[in-house]
Design a protein around this ligand. Structure first.
Ligand code: KE4
Length: 434
C-alpha cells in the first residue's frame, strides 16, 4: 500500500501543528506508522490522500452513525448554509433538536446545547456543584470525559493511549476535589461517600467504559451507583457522549432502565458537526443561566448548521428498522471477529452493544475478564493489537489506532462490508502474535 502523500502531509503537519494532528489519538502513536490523511468519505468508506480506500470503523470516533456524506444530511446542510451558518440568536431548529432528544432519552426533561463533549461534561459538573453547593466529584480510572482540567485525572482515550501521566499544566488545586475509583468496584464508591460526607456534588461515569477499549458494567453496578448517589445527596451523571443513540436509541439509560439526574451527549447528536449537550431533570437544569445563576455560554452553541446535521441524522436514525439494522450488523461483525480469532488460536475479549464494539487482544489464553482500566493494563496486549491494526489497514479496513478505543458501525455498513471485514480479519489473524 502506497502512503507517500500521507507521509509528505504528515511531515508538513508536524511542523505546523503539535504532533501533526489536532487531536492526539489521531497520530497513530500507540500503533506506530503514518496516520492516513483522509481526502473524502462516502457511506462506510474513506479514501486517503494516496487514493487508498478503507472500510471505516472509526467514523470520526462515533458521530457518523449514518456513515460519511449521507445524502439527506448533505442536502439539508447545503440548504441550511444558504440561509447562513450562525446567528448568535435562538432558532426554531434548536427547539426541534431539543424536543427530539427529550422525547428519546428517558431521563431528559431539559437540555442545553454546547459545542463538544468536553464542554458538556465540564458544564454538567459545574451544574452539579452549583445545584448541591458541594465541591467534590467522583470519576473512574480510565474513563474520559474530555480535557477539562478537573477531569484529566486517571483519564482514558488519548491519555490512556499515550500512557500520559495526569497532564502537566493542571494545577493540583484544580484536581484536589476530583476523587477517583476503579470501574465496576461499587464498594470503593461507597467508601468515598462515607469518607467525604456531605461534600460530593456528583459522580460522572461512562455507562460502558469505551475510552479504555470496551468494558461493560457488572450486572447492577450502574443502578448501584445511582442508588448511592441518591442516598448521599449527590447527582448521578451519565456521560453518554459515546453511548448516546448508539447502545440504544435512548442510550445506555434506556438499555438498563437508569434515571440519571444529568446526562451528557455529543458525537451522534451533531451528525459530524460540533454539537454537545448537557441535559436532565428540569429542577436541576433551571439552575443554568439565564434561568438560574450557574453561568455557561458559547458563541456557536446551537448554531443552525450543526443543529441541522444533528437533527437530520437523528431523524433518519430513528426511522423504523434503521437502528436495529446497524445493531444487527455490529453483532455479525463481532461474532465474525471472535470466530476467526478462535480458529487462529488468538486470545481476544470482544464486546458490543448496539452500534459500538471493542476487541481486546489478550496477552494469554484464559486471561481474567477485563472489567476495569487496571485489568485492561494487565491483560490486554496493545502491541498485538497494533499488529492487527496495521494488517487490517493493509487489507483496507480502518480500525481505531489504539487498543484503548472503541469501534463504531453505521447504517452504511451493509452485510457485504461486514463479510469483507471478517474475511480480511481471517486472512491476517494467523500472522498475529507470531
Ligand atoms: P469531545 O470534547 O472530544 O467532543 O468529547 C469528549 C468526550 C466526552 N465523553 C466521552 C465518553 C468521550 O468518549 C469523549 C471523546 N471521545 C474521544 C474518543 N474516545 C474523542 C476522540 C479524540 O479525542 O480525538
Amino acid at each position: 500500500m502506497q502512503t507517500t502523500r500521507s507521509e509528505e502531509l504528515f511531515a508538513i503537519a508536524k511542523d505546523l501543528i503539535p504532533g501533526g494532528v489536532n487531536s492526539p489519538v489521531r497520530a497513530f502513536k500507540s500503533v506506530g506508522g503514518t496516520p492516513r490523511f483522509i481526502d473524502r468519505g462516502e457511506g462506510a468508506t474513506i479514501w486517503d490522500a494516496d487514493g487508498n480506500s478503507y472500510i471505516d470503523y472509526v467514523l470520526s470516533w462515533g458521530p457518523l452513525v449514518l456513515g460519511h456524506a449521507h445524502p439527506q444530511v448533505v442536502k439539508a446542510l447545503i440548504a441550511a448554509a444558504g440561509r447562513g451558518t450562525s446567528y448568535g440568536a435562538p432558532t426554531a431548529l434548536e427547539n426541534e433538536l431539543a424536543q427530539l432528544v427529550i422525547d428519546t432519552v428517558p431521563s431528559v426533561e431539559m437540555i442545553r446545547f454546547v459545542n463538544s463533549g468536553t464542554e458538556a461534561c465540564m458544564s454538567a459538573l459545574r451544574l452539579a456543584r452549583a445545584y448541591t453547593g458541594r465541591d467534590k466529584i467522583i470519576k473512574f480510572s480510565g474513563c474520559y470525559h474530555g480535557h477539562a482540567d478537573m477531569l484529566l485525572v486517571q483519564a482514558g482515550s488519548g491519555v490512556a493511549t499515550l500512557g500520559l501521566p495526569d497532564s502537566p499544566g493542571v494545577p493540583a488545586s484544580t484536581t484536589s476535589n476530583t476523587l477517583t475509583a476503579v470501574y465496576n468496584d461499587l464498594d470503593a464508591v461507597r467508601a468515598l461517600f462515607e469518607s467525604n460526607p456531605g461534600s460530593i456534588a456528583g459522580l460522572i461515569i461512562e455507562p460502558i467504559a469505551a475510552n479504555i477499549g470496551f468494558v461493560m458494567p457488572h450486572e447492577g453496578y450502574l443502578q448501584g451507583l445511582q442508588d448511592l448517589c441518591h442516598q448521599y445527596g449527590a447527582l448521578f451523571i451519565l456521560d453518554e457522549v459515546m453511548t448516546g443513540f448508539r447502545v440504544a436509541p435512548g442510550g445506555a439509560q434506556e438499555k438498563w432502565g437508569l434515571d440519571p439526574d444529568l446526562t451528557t451527549l455529543g458525537k451522534v447528536i451533531g451528525g459530524g458537526l460540533p454539537v454537545g449537550a448537557y441535559a436532565g431533570k428540569r429542577k436541576i437544569m433551571e439552575t443554568v443561566a439565564p434561568a438560574g445563576p450557574m453561568y455557561q455560554a458559547g458563541t456557536l452553541s446551537g448554531n443552525p448548521l450543526a443543529i441541522t446535521a444533528g437533527l437530520t441524522t437523528l431523524r433518519e436514525l430513528l426511522k423504523p428498522g434503521v437502528f436495529e439494522g446497524i445493531a444487527a450488523r455490529t453483532a455479525d461483525l463481532v461474532r465474525g471477529l471472535e470466530s476467526v480469532a478462535a480458529e487462529a488460536g488468538i486470545p481476544v475479549q470482544a464486546g458490543y452493544a448496539g452500534s459500538m464494539f471493542g476487541v481486546y487482544f489478550l496477552k494469554e489464553q484464559g486471561a481474567p475478564l477485563i472489567d476495569s482500566y487496571e485489568a485492561a493494563k494487565l491483560y490486554a496486549d496493545p502491541p498485538r493489537y497494533g499488529q492487527f491494526f496495521h494488517a487490517m489497514l493493509a487489507e483496507g479496513v480502518y480500525l481505531a489506532p489504539s487498543q484503548f478505543e472503541a469501534g463504531f458501525v453505521s447504517s452504511a455498513h451493509g452485510e457485504e462490508k461486514i463479510e469483507q471485514t471478517v474475511a480480511a480479519a481471517k486472512s491476517v489473524m494467523v500472522g498475529i502474535g507470531k
